[in-house]
Design a protein around this ligand. Sequence first.
Ligand SMILES: [Mg+2]
Length: 348
Amino acid sequence: MQIAKLDIRINRAKLNPNPVRDALQTLSGAGNVELTLETDGGIRGTGDVYFGRVAGAVDALAALIEHVLKPLVIGTSPADVRGTHQAMLRETEYHGSSGLAMLGISAIDTALWDCLGKSLGVPCWHLWGRVHDRLPAYAMVGWLNYDDVEVQRICAQAVQQGFRAVKIKVGYPTLAQDIKRVKTVREAIGSDVRLMVDANQSLTTTEAIQRGRAFEDLGCFWWEEPIPADDIDGYAELAHALDIPIATGENLYSTHDFARFLKRDAVDIIQPDLRRAGGPTALLDIGRMADAFRRPYASHGGGPVQLNIMACLPNAMYLETGLLSPGSKLRLVDGCAMVPNGPGFGWE
Ligand SMILES: [Mg+2]
């Protein structure tokens, strides 16, 4: 079985007139790149990279896949997926394997695992050995630009849908505004639902310690990305100073980035992103490495790929997702997302 074809489809998003906002970015939408691999036997695997912003990113990524990565994948076997992952890292090392290059590597890695699962007619968790058939899920619903009425409405809706944990954005100009936002949401969700807070890298370490103490007193469950993602010294200081767990990782690239944070005791809960961390091959390694450090894994972003990976990690703690849309294939049972049983990364 060999990869015979690689097709790239670019979907450009229309600029969202009402974009959501966190403390760092306005997510006006930029679309996604869909990648399909096809084997000589006609089996198809897909990978997908979406961009919350940056017009032109989809075209830049498509060009990188076409000209740099595609020649390394055509003619390989999906069964050699780890070897192909290594080859892609080696080839891109000259201009940097992180950033856009890693997003392309991740999409191909995802599509290769998808092909392998489908070729055997089994879900990918079947290839790796399952620990969980369901994972606690939380809804990231509390954007910074929502007013009090809107944030209460949407958080209450998440609870009605069956979520037992919700996450909101913080990082307003003042601590008093952040405290007000947490209290406003707590009123809407009641005392039994867990509440996570995320400042999207917007604070100084000093400010993050002060606000973290306030969030501890308010009973928040974790304190996410309070300071710039690469500030390992700052994260080590925060994790040492605060009792509330420090969650980070959505902006780290590669297994080695996570190794540095774990070795420094700079993170309590890791949050790898499928696109930035390097695809399923890397997420499995990162998750197992964190388990050896006795640190839980919470996904950044949801979907069937993260669910297949988390099904096989003893330390999987939370799946991130949004509010369930009418057509959503994610099934919630007692606040947990059921792990899909379709071949590859299929939902069925
Ligand atoms: Mg975040």
